[in-house]
Design a binder for this molecule. Structure first.
Ligand code: MG
Length: 278
């Protein structure tokens, strides 16, 4: 009886002092080192090496897989509608075919179709887009599953059925059309779904319209690097040399109607602030 009374008193001691044993432990723990205030300055003198005052990167929740839109993406096509798109020629609602969760270039000669573009304008972006060239191979060379993704409405990354297709090198899938072939041909067979994961950097100009920085593109085609920060020669042309004669600072993302029933799905874009941590 005496022993249990003493044990009960001991048990209440932390309460009497206003502290739990756990709290004492927490107080005693050393503060974790989250950064430094006495390290040398990085070039430019704004931030120290490991600077504790430097803002941490913004948190983004990734998609379930790398193909799914992360939390800060703008979904341009989720298989349901073309609300984010209009016709390039007259800004009318986009009239491409939406069915079975994908988008398809409409057949020729029925009074529909033409290039479509996003309602929004962009500059530096990360774009994910999935496409499938027609399973039934019709036509040849540049007539097979031809389409394209245009940045700022002007800089094309080619889409083509490049599976055993001898068409010209700078017109193959993942080419900067009319200029730079992809590092390798990473194409899948006709009808199979393929992915482009793209980082596009818009060109920069001074106030007088002189080019300061070219446009650059980095591309993974089906997970394979086909361009690594490749500069564009200029806005894409056909049978002409690309150039920077026009000041193009921002613009829509555009998809090409080349008269082939190429399909698309799961299109999302992230606007990039490439100067975020300067
Ligand atoms: Mg094309």
């Amino acid at each position: 009886m005496k022993r249990s009374l003493i044990a009960a008193l001991i048990a209440t001691l932390p309460l009497l002092t206003g502290q739990s044993i756990g709290q004492e432990k927490a107080k005693a723990a050393p503060k974790p080192v989250t950064g430094y205030t006495d390290t040398p300055f990085l070039p430019g003198g704004k931030w120290r090496v490991h600077d504790d005052a430097r803002p941490r990167p913004e948190v983004v929740t990734p998609g379930k897989t790398a193909a799914d839109a992360p939390s800060d993406a703008i979904v341009l096509f989720d298989g349901k509608n073309l609300d984010e798109w209009v016709m390039e020629k007259d800004n009318a609602p986009a009239d491409w075919i939406v069915k079975d969760g994908h988008l398809e270039v409409p057949p020729k000669g029925q009074g529909v179709g033409g290039y479509i573009k996003t309602k929004r304008e962009f500059r530096d972006v990360q774009l994910h887009i999935e496409f499938a060239t027609p399973e039934k191979v019709e036509g040849d060379s540049q007539g097979r599953g031809n389409s394209g993704v245009f940045f700022l409405g002007s800089f094309e990354l080619q889409i083509l059925d490049s599976y055993e297709n001898p068409s010209y090198a700078d017109g193959q899938a993942s080419a900067l059309y009319g200029y730079k072939p992809p590092l390798v041909n990473a194409v899948r067979k006709p009808g199979e779904w393929q992915t482009y994961d793209i980082i596009f950097e818009a060109p920069e100009w001074d106030a007088d319209g002189n080019l300061l920085e070219k446009a650059y593109i980095t591309v993974l085609h089906n997970g394979v690097v086909t361009h690594h920060r490749q500069p564009y020669l200029g806005a894409t042309g056909h049978k002409s040399v690309a150039n920077y004669n026009r000041v193009i600072e921002s613009g829509p993302i555009k998809l090409q109607d080349h008269g082939n029933p190429t399909r698309f799905r799961n299109i999302w874009v992230r606007e990039l602030d490439l100067d975020a941590h300067e």
